[in-house]
Write a new protein. Sequence first.
Length: 118
Amino acid sequence: QVQLVESGGGLVQAGGSLRLSCAASGRTFSRYSMAWFRQAPGKEREFVANIIWIAGITSYSDSVKGRFTLSRDNAKNTMYLQMNNLKPEDTAVYYCAIAPLGGTYDGWGQGTQVTVSS
């Protein structure tokens, strides 16, 4: 069973930056994908970015491409989301998730709140 713990959320002004972390434990991660999703009030959860862990290949939603960067630290089993040039529409609870390659995301963290003021 996997455990995912997010941290790094907070309140920031538009144009500012935050870095989120997701620490994973309890599972071998060589053949998994990890991702960030977010959910704003009154909206459905949406995909933000993911990484194929073993290859380090990343992908991003169009809404964050060029502003957010996903990275990983293999030694710490930790994934990071560097968020730059934040916008009010980035305000949401951010969740990290894990999936076996080709499978669905079935492990979720508790979420961390990101609030961007205008």
